[in-house]
Design a protein around this ligand. Sequence first.
Ligand code: AGP
Length: 614
Amino acid sequence: MCGIVGYIGKREAAPLLLNGLRRLEYRGYDSAGIAVLNGALSVVKQKGSVGDLENALQESGERLSGATIGIAHTRWATHGDPSDRNAHPHLNNAGDIALIHNGIIENHAALRLELSSHGYTFNSATDTEVLVHLIDRMWKDEPSLNLEGAVRRALRHVEGAYGLCVISSREPGTLVVARKGSPLVLGLGDGEYFVASDAAPIVEHTRKVVYLGDGEMAVVTAEGYTVKTVENIETEKLITELDFELGEIEKGGFEHFMLKEIFEQPDVMHDVMRGRVRLEEGRVRLGGIEDYLDRLKQARRIVICACGTSWHAGLIGEYLIEEFARIPVEVDYASEFRYRNPIVGTDDVVIVISQSGETADTLAALRAAKEKGALVMGICNVVGSTIARETLCGMYTHAGPEVGVASTKAFTAQVIVLYMLALALSKGRTISHDEIALNLRELTRVPEKAARILELDSQIKSIAEIFKDAKNFLYLGRGYNFPVALEGALKLKEISYIHAEGYPAAEMKHGPIALIDEDMPVIFIATRDSTYTKILSNIEEVRSRKGRVIAIANDGDQEISSLAEHVIYIPQATGPIMPLLTVIPLQLLAYHIATFRGCNVDRPRNLAKSVTVE
Ligand code: AGP
C-alpha cells in the first residue's frame, strides 16, 4: 500500500512525479504529496487524491519548477488519519530532509519518545515521521556522514517494514532509497533514474529496471547508482527488461479499469494458456515448474496459502487438484498460516498465490513454509515481484497489469493456472491421456464462452439497476461454484459497500436462511452439474420465504426460469470449467451496482491494490 515515486535526472521533476503518482494511485489514495529540491526543499502535500494535489500545485507551481530531483507519495493510511499533516513527504525539524515511506515502523512509539527527549517535535501522527527525525539525529551525531550513511545508520534502529526514498538539501544531487518488506523498483533511463513502488510509473520512460531486494539500499545520482545491503555490503543486481506496454496500464476507452479488465478476460485466458496447453500432444507444458514436477507429484500434501480473491482461486485449486491429481490439498489464509505454527514438512508442497506478488501475509507464509523445509511454489501475476523471486519454482498468470483494486482478470488467470497444474500433476498417475486431452479441449473453449458472457453486459446492467439499493446480498453455490459465490460476494462488498455473504448453498439452512425475506436478493449459481437438483431445492427454500432469486444458469435451462425472478444464461461447460464462466456475470453485476451507487469502483474506500502491511 502507498505509492512511492522518485526522480533524479535532467528533466523537470514535478510533472514526472505527478504522472508517476497517477499510475500508482491504486496503491493508496487518501492523501498525496510531493517534494522537490531546487536549492531548498519545496513540499506540497494534502488530503485527497492526486488530482486534488495537482490543483493545489497549480497555485504553487512556480515553487516546484526547475527542480530535477524529487520524491512523491500517495498514501493509504495506517498510523494517523488521512489529513494534510499526515500526508507524505515528511520533513525533519530543520526542513532540509524529506522522506516518503511505505510500510509500518513497528517501534515508532519508542523512537518517538526518544527523539522527543532530544528536542525533536512532531508534526504528524504517522509512524513515518520518526524516520526522518532519526536520520537527522544520526547525521547530527556524526556530521562526517553523508545522506546514505545517515539513512543507513538510522535504519539500524528501525523495526518493521519500509520502502523509503529520501532527499536532502544538504546533499542535493542524491536520492537514497531502502527496502525491507515493501517493494521498490529502480528504473534506469538515459542520464536519469526513477524509483517507484512498482514498474507502472517507470515503463513509459524506460524498460530497464532493477528490483531492490529486502534489506537493500540504493544511492542514486544523475550519473549512476549503487546498490548495497543496509549493512553496507555490495550486491550484484540484475537488470531486468519490463515485459508490458504502457497501453496495458491505461483505460483504453473504458470508463473504469475494472470494466476494462473484466472485458480483457477472453484475451487473458488465451495468454495464460499460450505455449502451455499443447492440444495436439494432449498435455500441458509448464516451464516454470518442469524441473520440480516429480517432486510436486510426490507431495504428501499441498497447502495453498493466499489472501482475498487469490484465496478464492486457491479453493478452486483444491477442488481441481484433488479431483484430478488425487493429492490432498488444504487451503489456508496466509495470515492464519503464518501465525499458527502449522504442521508442514519437507514432503509438503506449499503453493502461494498472489496477483501482486507483494502481499505481506502471503510473503510471510511463503517464508514460514520455506523455513519448515516445504517446497514452495508461487502463482503470481506481477513479474519480478518479491513472491515470484522468493519461491523455488512457479508460474506467472500473464494477465497483464491489473489496476482496478477489485481483482477480476487475475482471478480467472489464477484458476486457469491451477487447472493446468492439476492436469500436469495428474499426468501418468491418476487420469488417462484422453481425459487430460478432453480437459484441455474444454479449457481452450473457455475464452470464446467468456466472450459470449460479456455480451450479456446490458442485461446484467439492468438487473443491477433493479437491485442497486439492496442492503444485503446472499450468494450461494455448490461444488466448484461455492468459491465463486464467495468471490461474487467479495466483489460486491468491496466496490459497492453493500453487505454480502457467500455460502455453500446447502449451508443456507444452517443459519443464513434466517436472513431471508422479501428484501434479500439471493444469487444462485445454478449451473447444470451433479448438484443441480439440490440447488433447485435450495432455490425453492428461498422462494418460499419470499427471497428474490437471481440465477446464473446454463443456456437452455427452462426449468429455472419459472423459479427465479431473473436468470442470466451462460454457455454450458463441465463442472471444473464452470468457475471461469460463472464468475464473470458476478463481476459485471458488482461493477454495475457500484457505478449506479456512484462508488469509485477502481479505488474503493479503505482499500488498496497491494496490501504490503499486515
Ligand atoms: C480482490 O478484489 C481484493 N482487492 C483483495 O482481496 C486481493 O485479492 C488480496 O488482497 C490479495 O492480493 P494479492 O493477490 O495481490 O496477493
